[in-house]
Unconditional design. Structure first.
Length: 191
């Protein structure tokens, strides 16, 4: 039985709105890990930015609110509020960002992570919200052997991606990779 089909219909484009409060909680921990100026003087990209007529793009909204910093946004959906309407996996960036942060569609998350790790600057970071069980699967085993994140920030509270406030049976984590230093272990934090 699929955990994603409990009580609501799956979105065609795999578009689920990331809860702002959970992003804020994660950023508070990033402030402790990297310093309060983590986003200052950085080029930031959200390649699956989301947003629509009724909802802000969650990561750009929180980054603007907490750090007064703009984020370049891309989204494949025509109804998105993103600056650029394009498929990130096919899009050629004009400039390498310092930080790529997003909640990628689960079915293509690995492809987005791999591209993001190529696209960021040498000292850059990739931050992705994925299911905690993203760590599993034989399909991703080869990737994990050479691409361990620096941090895995696990959310202890199950997230609600719907207007109803209901949750499914999945736990989520923000995975944070460095471009060049991907040790064979990760530090895990629970918030």
């Amino acid at each position: 039985m699929s955990s994603t089909l409990r009580g609501y219909d799956r979105h065609k484009s795999d578009y689920y709105i990331t809860p702002v409060k959970e992003i804020e909680n994660m950023f508070l921990l990033l402030n402790k890990l990297y310093g309060i100026d983590f986003f200052n003087n950085k080029v930031i990209l959200d390649p699956c930015a989301g947003g629509d007529a009724s909802h802000d793009m969650p990561y750009p909204y929180v980054i603007q609110k907490m750090y007064n910093k703009n984020v370049t946004t891309i989204d494949i959906r025509e109804d998105s509020r993103a600056d650029i309407k394009a498929d990130y996996l096919k899009y050629k960036l004009k400039e390498s960002p310092d930080i790529i942060i997003t909640n990628p569609p689960f079915n293509i998350a690995l492809d987005i992570i791999k591209k993001a790790l190529k696209d960021i600057k040498e000292d850059g970071k990739v931050i992705m919200l994925c299911r905690l069980n993203f760590l599993g699967s034989n399909k991703r085993l080869k990737f994990w052997k050479h691409n361990m994140p620096e941090y895995i920030i696990t959310h202890s509270k199950r997230m609600s991606f719907t207007n109803s406030g209901k949750t499914d049976s999945i736990e989520y984590a923000h995975f944070i990779w460095n471009k060049v230093n991907r040790d064979s272990f990760s530090k895990i934090y629970i918030i």
